[in-house]
Design a protein around this ligand. Structure first.
Ligand code: MG
Length: 268
């Protein structure tokens, strides 16, 4: 009995328990990071894209203008999810997201396209909640709500994996962060290759081609023919959702007054 007590004191139970707990916790965290890489932030190198263009970029021949600064063009080409006229504001040639007004969708459907979008994120309000995803936030989606190229004010604003500007949302972080500060005009030139999906004999979605996205952010290549892995959701294991050969393009209402100008599309 005396021996046991002595060894108990020598073993020094509480420090041993504490260090064991630390080791187990570290192992659990390492395992979680390995299994769930999307939960960990990655450092995306910053690339200076140079000064913002003063004017909208010229529209190439063969492109179809989806927004040219006029309310007429907005109404002709875009609608809400329930097929109503967009509730976003057009003023001085600029289209601004109306928070709560809902996302807007092209009236026409598209397959493989080149898409040019100019946008500017709003100046962040200070305080808690206005960092990360709380900064100016929107998105360009293909096939309604399936494949998103994230729009975020990523200027000196780290966020979670593949959640920032130029990301294929939650699937692929951009090669570099080419963001300009909020308030300045920025461009996305996106090459979208539509996934080819079919219903398999077992009823599941069969992927004949995953499609791909390439993105130039302010002229800098940040995504280079990256295959899609399914619908872009915050889930870490994206799933495919069946669709046909063409779908609507969406600009997202994510509750911030992101501005747009000069949007054109060229089918490929
Ligand atoms: Mg978004």
């Amino acid at each position: 009995m005396r021996t046991v007590r002595r060894s108990f004191r020598q073993w020094s139970f509480w420090p041993a328990l504490a260090s064991t707990t630390v080791v187990v916790a570290a192992a659990v965290l390492a395992l979680a990071a390995a299994l769930l890489p999307g939960l960990t932030e990655v450092d995306v190198p910053v690339a200076d894209p140079g000064p913002a263009p003063e004017r909208p970029a010229p529209v190439p021949a063969g492109a179809r203008v989806l927004f040219d600064g006029t309310a007429e063009r907005l109404r002709a080409n875009w609608m809400t999810a329930d097929a109503q006229a967009p509730r976003w504001q057009v003023q001085d040639g600029v289209l601004t997201v109306e928070p709560g007004g809902g996302s807007i969708y092209t009236r026409d459907v598209f397959g493989d396209v080149e898409l040019h979008v100019e946008f500017a994120t709003p100046f962040p309000r200070g305080g808690r909640g206005f960092h990360g995803q709380g900064r100016g936030n929107s998105g360009v989606f293909f096939f309604c709500d399936r494949y998103e190229v994230q729009i975020l004010d990523s200027y000196e604003n780290p966020t979670y994996f593949a959640g920032g500007a130029g990301s294929i949302y939650r699937q692929s972080a951009p090669a570099v962060n080419a963001s300009r500060p909020p308030g300045q005009w920025q461009t996305y030139d996106i090459l979208f290759e539509a996934p080819v999906l079919a219903r398999g004999p077992d009823g599941r979605v069969q992927v004949e081609s995953p499609g791909s996205l390439s993105v130039r952010h302010n002229g800098i290549l940040v995504q280079d023919r990256v295959p899609l892995r399914g619908k872009t959701t915050c889930k870490l294991a994206p799933a495919w959702e069946l669709h046909g050969p063409a779908g609507r393009i969406q600009l997202q209402d994510h509750g911030s007054r992101v501005r747009f100008r000069n949007i054109w599309v060229r089918p490929r």
